[in-house]
Design a protein around this ligand. Structure first.
Ligand code: DX5
Ligand code: ZN
Length: 221
């Protein structure tokens, strides 16, 4: 099934409640956490996530672009994330296993993410433990960038790995997603689409979300 997760990095924070209302027909809320170390930008963190959790029942997916996320995953779970994603590049393999274990121990879903320069194989050591693999299709750190078309073979490789694992693991793409790039990513094997700029620069988000999902479903059928 094709799912869409608007990234509130592109929302207007002076009226975040209204912004969340406007995307209530989406499948998830994508919550980009940046620490100014793992990526050259700082976004928002635990207090904002807790406010969003108190406001909405939507699935909250926290994409942690922070260094050594094992230090913070428990607090993101406690603040109300339903899914917590850590980057394979953000710490040692042992600490990443530990982070995934903690997230599951908290009763939440766990995922890993790979930057554009990281090969698909980097996901292999974690494939038995994850509920989602997020393939970055831009360099993490900023919204509004252009989709990296050279990520399409990597998306296919990740989908093959997931098929071999035989479990229901979401394969998400994040960065530069619009209907055209999402359709290509869907053909390559992605099923969950993070979309910041596209959703929030549109006035009628309900219509945008409906047409986005239908168009991507048709294009990838
Ligand atoms: C980038 C973030 C993305 C970003 C996507 O580091 O992980 O989630 O907000 O934004 P768009 O859709 O504008 O590329
Ligand atoms: Zn993201």
């Amino acid at each position: 099934m094709i799912k869409i997760a608007p990234s509130i990095l592109a929302a207007d924070f002076t009226c975040l409640g209204k912004e969340l209302d406007s995307i209530s027909t989406a499948d998830q809320v994508h919550f980009d956490v940046m620490d100014g170390v793992f990526v050259p930008n700082i976004s928002f963190g635990l207090p904002v996530l807790a406010s969003v959790r108190a406001y909405t029942d939507m699935v909250l997916n926290a994409h942690l672009m922070i260094t050594e996320p094992v230090r913070y995953v428990k607090r993101f779970c406690e603040a109300g994330a339903d899914v917590v994603i850590v980057h394979t590049e953000a710490d040692t393999e042992a600490h990443t296993h530990e982070a995934l274990r903690i997230i599951h121990e908290c009763g939440k879903k766990a995922g890993i993410s790979v930057k554009p320069g990281t090969p698909a194989e980097a996901a292999l050591p974690f494939i038995h433990e994850v509920d989602e693999i997020l393939c970055m299709t831009v360099e993490p750190g900023f919204g509004g960038q252009k989709f990296h078309f050279d990520m399409l073979p990597k998306i296919t490789a990740l989908r093959e790995m997931i098929a071999a694992e035989g479990r229901d693991i979401d394969l998400s793409v994040d960065g530069g997603i619009q209907v055209r790039t999402a359709a290509l990513a869907a053909k390559a094997g992605a099923n969950l689409f993070v979309n910041g700029t596209g959703v929030f620069e549109t006035v009628d988000r309900e219509t945008y979300i409906r047409i986005f999902k239908r168009s991507v479903e048709e294009a990838s059928a």
